[in-house]
Ligand binder design. Structure first.
Ligand code: C2G
Length: 129
């Protein structure tokens, strides 16, 4: 069967994350998800509200997700593709082109982001809630 991998922070899990994971899984038979650790997000310069352990537990319990691994750095993708026998790397279109160097190792697919939802927007709407 085909193994698909994708990576993300998945902070304040929302419909955009769900639709990405669903579409990624539809491309294969097994879906591996790399969830960014709190330390890696700090290095990404990305503020995160929900701690890694909770983000990981939520993603692990999403139907269709077969394995969750920690994403600790930018460099691990090539190793993960080898280690998990990955056939397809899937990312949302905001990453378009950024992982083309991995095309030597597996298929790389960028899927359109889901409109009108993002963690940033959710945070903004919470302020006035
Ligand atoms: N996404 C989406 N639609 C949205 C929001 C997010 O399709 N409205 C997708 C993103 O394109 C990404 C995934 O959902 O593929 C996870 O989004 P984030 O948690 O924001 O991921 P990010 O912090 O960009 O981390 O090494 C890659 C990075 O870890 C990606």
């Amino acid at each position: 069967g085909k193994t698909v991998i994708t990576y993300g922070t998945f902070d304040m899990f929302h419909i955009g994350h769900l639709k990405l994971l669903q579409r990624a899984k539809a491309l294969g038979d097994r879906l591996v998800v790399g969830v960014s650790t709190d330390e890696f997000n700090a290095r990404k310069g990305k503020k995160v509200l929900i701690p890694y352990e909770q983000r990981r537990e939520i993603v692990e319990n999403i139907k269709g997700v077969d394995l969750v691994i920690p994403e600790e750095n930018w460099e691990q993708k090539a190793e993960d593709i080898r280690r998990y026998g990955v056939d397809i790397l899937v990312m949302g279109s905001d990453w378009e082109g950024k992982f083309d160097h991995l095309k030597e190792r597996c298929e790389v697919v960028y899927l359109p982001r889901t409109e009108n939802i993002s963690t940033t927007e959710l945070k903004k709407s919470l302020i006035n809630f």
